[in-house]
Ligand binder design. Structure first.
Ligand code: TTP
Ligand code: MG
Length: 350
């Protein structure tokens, strides 16, 4: 049996602004989006009482709540807080899947913290978040991943909700389908037209009916409603290579024209390697060439640092395979040595 925790900060951007400016603490508040369309990123709970919501236009929000205070966001601050909360998650498990700055799935199945109680872990994580950042978070705990996410909304703000293994069946049966991640408004309407409102409705139809009438999405929806889809926290993506490439507006017509692009490509690759601090883990150099007829070829050689001479040789070798065809794309890259215990968290901060 798996144990998942989903953690989600409460009205995140707004909560940060309320924390940092006492004058905003008790007023209906929204954070203006950075988009030119003039929609809100989020609103605090006072403003939500008036119906103000994320993605609503400033104009509409002001109509619902004339006293609404709208302030700009401070993305850098939100990112720093996100780093702080992720450091707290990492004390409990390595299996962390951030979904956005303020939200993550944790797989704590094998965690020994709190004597293995995911419920206590969720409480403790929320307390640590509060002690560190002064902000509240809500949590959902469940043996099925997507249920943990639904559960974290149940007792928002500053609350948590636990679905125990023997409660899963009832929870899914009465679950309105619109709460399932991936079932948006349009999909929901289509399901409702077929008489499907809850998990129980879907189960009653059976998997074959779902396949016939809704297709593959119907099958995966059935599996979710039947509790057959446990889910997996997808964490590490271990980098095995890094490359840069460019498709040219005008084809390169000979080898010299191709080679003249090398310095630029190497600059870009160097910049990316520096940024990700991968310089000392190079184990291979490679070149990719795409010809005008879209045939792609590549050449590589073991080596542990960037080397223009080797890239030149590899590019010449790859180019010759094209029998003087024009070239539309060039790329260069490196292979990256794996490093035990070093993982790259899947992160929207990248
Ligand atoms: P959410 O977790 O969806 O919302 P929230 O944290 O503001 O409120 P809740 O208490 O219901 O969890 O999103 C997190 C942040 O992401 C939010 O504070 C602002 C930003 N965001 C946008 O910029 N645009 C959007 O449409 C949404 C939904 C969120
Ligand atoms: Mg949130």
């Amino acid at each position: 049996m798996k144990k998942f925790i989903h953690i989600d900060m409460d009205c995140f951007y707004a909560a940060v602004e309320m924390r940092d400016n006492p004058a905003l603490a008790n007023v209906p508040l929204a954070i203006g989006g950075n988009s030119r369309r003039g929609v809100l990123s989020t609103a605090n709970y006072i403003a939500r009482k008036y119906g103000v919501r994320s993605a609503m236009s400033n104009y509409h929000a002001k109509q619902l709540c004339p006293d609404l205070v709208i302030v700009p966001g401070r993305m850098q601050v939100y990112k720093e807080i996100s780093t702080q909360i992720r450091a707290i998650f990492a004390k409990y498990t390595d299996l962390i899947e951030p979904l956005s700055l303020d939200e993550a799935y944790l797989d704590v199945t094998d965690s020994t913290a709190c004597k293995g109680s995911a419920t206590l872990m969720a409480e403790q994580i929320r307390q640590e978040i509060y002690d560190t950042t002064g902000l509240t978070a809500s949590a959902g705990v469940a043996p099925i991943k997507f249920i943990a996410k639904i559960a974290s909304d149940e007792n928002k703000p500053n609350g948590q909700f636990v679905v125990l293994p023997d409660q899963v069946d009832d929870f899914l049966a009465s679950l309105p389908l619109g709460k399932i991640p991936g079932v948006g408004k349009v999909t929901l309407e289509k399901l409702q037209l077929k008489g499907l409102y809850t998990g129980a409705d879907v189960r009653a139809k059976g998997v074959n009916w779902m396949q016939q009438h809704i297709g593959n999405f119907g099958v995966s929806l059935y599996q979710k409603c039947a509790g057959e889809y446990v889910g997996k926290v997808s964490t590490e993506r271990v980098r095995k290579s890094l490359s840069v490439e460019h498709t040219y507006e005008y084809n390169k017509n000979n080898l010299d024209e191709c080679l003249s692009q090398l310095p630029r490509l190497m600059d870009e690759l160097t910049r990316r390697l520096d940024k990700q601090q991968l310089n000392n883990r190079i184990n291979k150099l490679s070149v990719k060439v795409k010809f005008a007829n879209f045939v792609v070829t590549s050449a590589d050689q073991s080596h542990h640092q960037l080397d223009e001479r080797i890239f030149t040789e590899l590019m010449s070798k790859a180019y010759e395979r094209g029998n003087d065809q024009p070239v539309r794309l060039l790329g260069i890259g490196v292979g990256i040595k794996s490093q035990a215990h070093e993982h790259f968290q899947l992160s929207i901060l990248d």
